[in-house]
Design a protein around this ligand. Structure first.
Ligand code: NDP
Length: 513
């Protein structure tokens, strides 16, 4: 959507002559007077302008996201640089040079709206593409894996990242109690990334984004592949040390918001190169882990990155609330030829994200301009009515579809994916939260080796964990040392020595997250 188009949508209701009115459009003579009896008597109920303004003020806030409440966003475009028509038939990839408008929102996860930008936390990296086949949301993070692989754990895990119900404080005991419980140590890989320096990115422009999940993309012939997406920063990775992140959280909590806004305002547009990894169903069956396991990456030597295009952010929102706070991203918002895989966390997100927006913004959230599929248009007169219906509600169109002969609608005839996975088995509870043996520690050890090739990174990992774990009780601290000893004994000892240092006790009260 061009800036002009967006302004027209956003300001279509605004008087051009700028005469101040109340919300019903009645001009107000003087906005700063209240009607009262005499000069100092009580106020009058008939002063609708005052009531209008106070009542609306009370309703300015909408429920914040839970999680990912705190974030920043900007508009831009995706440009195709390489042909991937053998992998994906989506229109946005149809020709080299093609551009698709988009909106990206970056966020922290655990913090409340208004919390500091530089806390240690994964970062959300969500992009809405306005394609001619409908909107597409890539709701990604800046880490390639996640803490859990069974969605039943999600509310429990997120609660441990938030506040203690009694003290209303972030709580190192809650945090490490959950993560060191043997059934939850599948998180070790993500915990290692979180506590590496990439857990405190210097700004949103200097970090990568990853699908994390496996998706299923197909070409126009119906052949399909498992796909993972990598969005790699062209600015280069830049991180903060724990000391820098802690200081900035106090001196400029909106550091990353300011950095993104000012970079774009100054014409220094951030960009990312988008790659995919692809895998056949046969390859997936040979993996030593499940292709649907969100705690694992695909080794790049075996599944090399293949370049697709460029993501560029070049336009600041004109209004943060309208265009970023009200933006609704959901993995279920997808286009032909890009489908979800059977990854259970992704399957659960297909429900829960759109559901969160129905709660937060109402069931007609897709009618809010920033969420409208403006490049494709929406036609389904059975999806109608509901609170805050503002798009004309399909006028006199029938309220139902019967068949394409009785009413004038067109049914798209797209070939479905061929050779689909075949699922077969009893409907039983499946215990996948944990796995026997050591399999969940293998990639965490690989990462520790990757960190070993970069000066100071293994040391910083121990330093960052040690400072955080200093705030936990001794019994939980011991569980932390034992868990990291399964990655590397030297790492465990280094964490312990930092946790017992004076520096840790000085810093940990300020830098828990
Ligand atoms: P490779 O050596 O082929 O790849 C290493 C990967 O690690 C690169 O993607 C690199 O991305 C990334 N990396 C480098 N430094 C760090 C860091 N400090 N924190 C996080 N990631 C970093 O090996 P593998 O593919 O076998 O992966 C080895 C380990 O690397 C994995 O266990 C995983 O923890 C991590 N990793 C792997 C990814 C993958 O898709 N395979 C993606 C991201 C991380 P960059 O270009 O950003 O430096």
């Amino acid at each position: 959507m061009s800036e002009q188009e967006r302004n027209e949508v956003n300001y279509s209701n605004v008087r051009k002559d700028r005469v101040v009115t109340n919300s019903t459009g009645n001009p107000i003579n003087e906005p700063f007077v209240t009607q009262r009896i005499g000069e100092h008597g009580p106020l009058l109920m008939q002063d609708y302008n005052l009531i209008d303004s106070l009542a609306h003020f009370n309703r300015e806030n909408i429920p914040q996201r839970n999680p990912h409440a705190h974030g920043s966003g900007a508009f831009g475009y995706f440009e195709v640089t390489d042909d991937i028509s053998d992998i994906c038939g989506s229109a946005m990839f149809s020709e080299i040079g093609k551009r698709t408008k988009c909106l990206t929102r970056f966020s922290t996860v655990g913090g409340d709206k208004g919390s500091a930008d530089t806390v240690r936390d994964p970062r959300g990296f969500a992009t809405k593409f306005y394609t001619e086949e409908g909107n597409l949301d890539w709701v990604y993070n800046n880490t390639p894996v996640f803490f859990i692989r069974d969605p039943s754990k999600f509310p429990h895990f997120i609660h441990t990242q938030k506040r203690n119900p009694q003290t209303n404080l972030r709580d190192a005991d809650m945090f490490w109690d959950f993560l060191t419980t043997p059934e939850n140590q599948v998180a070790i890989h993500q915990v290692m990334i979180l506590f590496s320096d990439r857990g405190t990115p210097a700004n949103y422009r200097s970090m990568h984004g990853y699908s994390g999940h496996t998706y299923k993309w197909s070409n126009k012939k119906g052949d399909w592949h498992y796909v993972q997406v990598h969005i790699k920063t062209d600015q280069g990775i830049k991180n903060l040390t724990i000391e820098q992140a802690t200081e900035i959280a106090g001196t400029n909590p909106d550091y990353c918001q300011q950095d993104l806004f000012e970079a774009i305002q100054n014409g220094n547009y951030p960009s990312w190169t988008v790659y995919i990894q692809t895998m056949t169903e046969l390859d997936a069956k040979k993996l030593p882990f499940s292709v649907f396991d969100l705690t694992k990456v695909w080794p790049q030597k075996q599944f090399p990155l293949r370049r697709v295009g460029k993501l560029v952010l070049n336009e600041n929102p004109l209004n943060f609330f309208a265009q970023v706070e009200q933006a609704a991203f959901a993995p279920s918002t997808t286009v032909p030829y890009q489908e979800a895989s059977a990854d259970p966390v992704l399957q659960a997100r297909l429900f829960s994200y759109a559901d969160a927006h129905r709660y937060r913004l109402g069931p007609n959230f897709h009618q809010i301009p920033v969420n409208c599929p403006y490049a494709s248009k929406f036609f389904n007169p059975a999806i109608r009515d509901g609170p805050m219906n503002v798009n004309g509600n399909f006028g006199s169109e029938p309220t139902y579809l019967a068949n394409d002969k009785s009413y004038n609608y067109i049914q798209q005839n797209r070939p479905i994916q061929q050779h689909q996975e075949i699922w077969n088995g009893p409907a039983v509870p499946y215990h996948w939260a944990t796995s026997p043996g050591d399999v969940d520690f293998i990639q965490a050890r690989n990462l520790y080796r990757v960190l070993g090739k970069q000066p100071g990174q293994q040391k910083n990992l121990a330093h960052n964990i040690g400072i955080h774990v200093e705030g936990a009780c001794p019994e939980i601290q011991q569980r932390v040392y034992d868990m990291f000893a399964r990655v590397d004994r030297g790492l465990s000892e280094a964490i312990k020595s930092v946790a017992e240092s004076k520096h840790a006790s000085e810093l940990s009260s300020n830098s828990k997250f």
